[in-house]
Design a protein. Structure first.
Length: 85
């Protein structure tokens, strides 16, 4: 006899697997760590940390690590053209 999960629970696991497959690489591909951001844009790491503290700056913290959202950063730059930050 095959050991199977109840149908409703099995479907939930299927859905979660679908979500993982559909999102694979998309979210993290559009995120920079502070260090990656600093190197990519040639901005000092301390300056990047200061930017992360600004209201509206596209940063998210997961655990103890900060990530800058690349797509939202482009929008943030466009909104702040001409300003000194």
């Amino acid at each position: 006899m095959e050991n199977r999960l109840p149908p409703n629970r099995f479907r939930m696991l299927d859905t979660m697997e679908d979500i993982r497959q559909n999102c694979k690489g998309r979210i993290y591909a559009n995120m920079f760590t502070v260090k990656e951001f600093s190197k990519t844009f040639r901005i000092g790491i301390n300056t990047v940390y200061r930017l992360c503290k600004l209201d509206g700056f596209p940063v998210i913290q997961i655990g103890g690590k900060k990530y800058i959202l690349a797509n939202d950063f482009n929008e943030w730059v466009m909104k702040n053209i001409g300003k000194v930050v």
